[in-house]
Structures are given as structure tokens and as C-alpha cells.
Design a protein around this ligand. Structure first.
Ligand code: GAF
Length: 389
């Protein structure tokens, strides 16, 4: 996955100096994430198991007088400025700046006195790849503004605020997983999150000790209708829960599934419900295996999750299915799409010494289909958002 040359934290500091002169008061980093398993379960009050990536977004920042926020990003080499009127109500700042303005808006809405600030943003998290570049940006900016203003907001409450920025200010109806992963993950662990009460357990995920690697394959498939389809899946799930008389699909267990499906008269809703209910169980089963130190054995659960997303939730695309099939044929222990769907990334659990061969097999399969060459990267579970200096 290509990104600008040089260390991301150095690029943020250098960008700050070039734009504003002098040194930033500090730098705050927030990672991208992949979701090991548990897709489209977060907004159904269910379970997810993401981990943070070594790829990060860094904000170098200091305060400026008055209620004024100035933001430069290396990605567009563009500077935007906004003031109180722009954060008086959602939607007034658009484009990438909306994620920054959204955080200021959400903090103010929650009653915080947000300091004026100048920020310089650099990032290694690729955009539009389903690796949560937006949550990384929101969370790096949130961490910077909290520290610069001496504002109190415990880490466990930060994801909801960043999610509100995205849901209400930006207008994307996403769940709580991405911001929780970016803010609350720990190195060497996956984050077992109960999306109903937001309780977490840090599950050891020691790939090195198991001789395993997670290969992330950026499908480079264009996000086709991703926003509209995401919202449609959400509506189907809510309709399913309503028809079943439960608060959320999390309240249906796999033991109750057959009876629940029999009570639904719409075939499409049945498939959506089946995905969510079985996916929640796969997360629980994955956590149980990891707790028992059986990392290799989670492979079939990952693949079953993919099949469910492909056949029941219908959120995969040909590039994604090709990557999963090629990875499995080349010896991956399990493989699945990760993230919201309709493009984005695939993750494959592989023996470390097979990682290159699996990546090569996916690249060959892509060439045979005439798809754009995929980007591949092996990743380790990395720390969540933090202040660097
Ligand atoms: C996207 C959303 F932002 C998450 O909240 C989650 O629903 C995910 O898609 C699917 O699991 O990343």
C-alpha cells in the first residue's frame, strides 16, 4: 500500500512548520483498523473483534487565538479554515474537512469549550480502502483538541463522540466499531467489543508466536454504491428486528434462529438476519479459540464469515471474492472481506512463510480476471490512538 515517502509523524511535523512556521505543540496519532471478524454486527448491538493497524494518521497541532480552526492535509495539500458559524450545525464544511469540523461540532455540542487550533495532518492509512481512514482522522483530531484544551473525556466515551461527528455532521450512518477500534485497541491484542454496552476485553492475538501472519489485500475495487447499500442493509436489519419483536438482532441467538427465520415472510430479510445472527456467534467462537491460544483454528470461522457476507448479506464484489478464493487456494487458513463491503480489503490468515506465495497467487488471479493489481501488506495488531510528543 503506497503512501508518501518518510515517517508519517515527521511529515506531520514538517507540514506544520511549512504551513504555519515554528514547531507544533504536540503530535497525536490514530491508527487505521481491520476487523478480524464481526461484520455489520455493530449497529445490531452485537459483537466485533477488530485490531489496530501499524498504519497511522498523525495530527501535529497547536492552539490559536479565538474560535478558529485551520487544517492542512498532505493528502490534498490543501488548507481549510472554519469558524463558529461552520460548526453551528452539521454539514456546513464538506469533503475531508467535514471529519475535522465534525469533531469540533460534536465536542461543542457535548458542552466542551473547544480551543482554536492549527493542525497539520499526514497519514499512511489509504483512503477508501475500508481501513477506517475517516475514524483515524477523527480520532487524531479529537485527541489533539482534548489535550490542547485540557478537556476531560475518558477514552471509553471518545468513540461515541467521534461516531456522532461522522453520523450527524458528515452524515454517514455507521456503527461504533471503527472509532472504538482506533481509540481503544492495544498492541498485540484484538478488541472484543460488545456494541450494546461498549464493554471491551483485550484478547491476546499473538501471530508471531503461532508462526502466522495476517495478510491484508486491498482489492482496489471501486466502492460501488457503498453508502446507499450500507444504509439499505441497516434498514433491513432494523426491519428484521422489528418483525421479530426484539430490540436488536443481537437478541436472537443461533439456537433461536430457525424459529426466527420461520417467522419472517420476506426472503431477503431472512438472509440478512441469518448473516447477523450467525456472525455474532462466529465472533464469540473466535474469541473462545483465541482465549484458548488456538490461533490457527480460527481460519474456518473467517472463511465462513466471508461466505455469509457473500451469500446472505450480499456485500461482496467480484474482486473481493476472487482475492478470498485465490488466497484459500494458495493455502491461507482462512480469508474474508473486512469492513463495510462493496470493495475495500480482504484479510487472510497465513503461515508466515506462505505470506508471499499467497500474495502472489492473489495478484496472478487478479491479472487473469483483468482487475487492477491489488496492494498487499502483512500487519500486526498495533496500539490505538496516542499522543506522540
Ligand atoms: C463500516 C462501519 F463504519 C462500521 O460501523 C461497521 O458497520 C462496518 O462497516 C461493517 O462491519 O466500517
Amino acid at each position: 500500500m503506497s503512501h508518501p515517502i518518510g515517517d508519517v509523524a515527521e511529515r506531520a511535523a514538517a507540514g506544520f512548520t511549512a504551513q504555519y512556521g515554528g514547531r507544533a505543540a504536540g503530535r497525536w496519532a490514530a491508527p487505521g483498523r481491520v476487523n478480524l471478524i464481526g461484520e455489520h454486527t455493530d449497529y445490531n448491538d452485537g459483537f466485533v473483534l477488530p485490531f489496530a493497524l501499524p498504519l497511522r494518521t498523525v495530527a501535529a497541532a497547536d492552539r490559536q487565538d479565538g474560535e478558529r480552526w485551520t487544517v492542512w492535509s498532505e493528502l490534498s495539500d490543501e488548507t481549510i479554515t472554519f469558524g463558529p458559524d461552520d460548526v453551528a450545525e452539521p454539514g456546513r464544511v464538506t469533503g475531508w474537512g467535514a471529519y475535522v469540523a465534525g469533531v469540533v461540532w460534536a465536542l461543542r455540542e457535548a458542552g466542551h469549550l473547544v480551543p482554536g487550533a492549527r493542525l497539520a495532518i499526514a497519514s499512511d492509512v489509504p483512503l477508501g480502502s475500508g481501513l477506517s481512514s475517516s475514524a483515524a482522522l477523527e480520532s487524531a483530531v479529537l485527541a489533539a483538541l482534548l489535550d490542547l484544551g485540557g478537556l476531560e473525556l475518558p477514552a471509553e466515551r471518545q468513540p461515541r463522540l467521534a461516531q456522532r461527528a461522522e453520523n450527524v455532521y458528515v452524515g454517514a450512518p455507521t456503527g461504533i466499531m471503527d472509532q472504538s477500534a482506533v481509540i481503544r485497541c492495544r498492541g498485540g491484542h484484538a478488541l472484543f467489543l460488545d456494541c450494546r454496552d461498549e464493554s471491551v476485553e483485550h484478547i491476546p492475538f499473538d501471530l508471531d508466536a503461532a508462526g502466522l501472519a495476517v495478510l491484508v489485500i486491498d482489492s482496489r475495487a471501486p466502492h460501488r454504491h457503498a453508502d446507499g447499500e450500507y444504509a439499505a442493509r441497516r434498514r433491513s436489519c432494523e426491519a428484521g428486528a422489528k418483525a421479530l419483536g426484539v430490540a436488536a438482532l443481537r437478541d436472537v441467538t443461533v439456537d433461536q434462529l430457525d424459529a426466527a427465520l420461520a417467522g419472517l415472510d420476506d426472503e431477503e430479510t431472512r438472509r440478512r438476519v441469518r448473516h447477523v445472527v450467525t456472525e455474532d456467534q462466529r465472533v464469540l467462537d473466535t474469541v473462545a479459540l483465541l482465549r484458548a491460544g488456538r490461533v490457527r483454528d480460527i481460519g474456518p470461522l473467517l472463511t465462513a464469515s466471508h461466505v455469509s457476507m457473500r451469500d446472505d448479506f450480499e456485500i461482496t464484489v467480484p474482486e473481493i471474492d476472487t482475492a478470498v478464493e485465490a488466497a484459500l487456494a494458495a493455502g491461507a487458513l482462512g480469508a474474508r472481506m473486512t469492513g463495510g463491503g462493496f470493495g475495500g480489503c480482504v484479510l487472510a490468515l497465513v503461515d508466515t512463510d506462505r505470506a508471499d506465495a499467497v500474495a502472489a497467487a492473489v495478484t496472478t488471479a487478479y491479472a487473469e480476471q483483468g482487475f487492477t493489481t491489488p496492494n498487499t501488506l502483512t500487519v500486526l495488531p498495533s496500539p490505538g490512538a496516542t499522543r506522540l510528543d
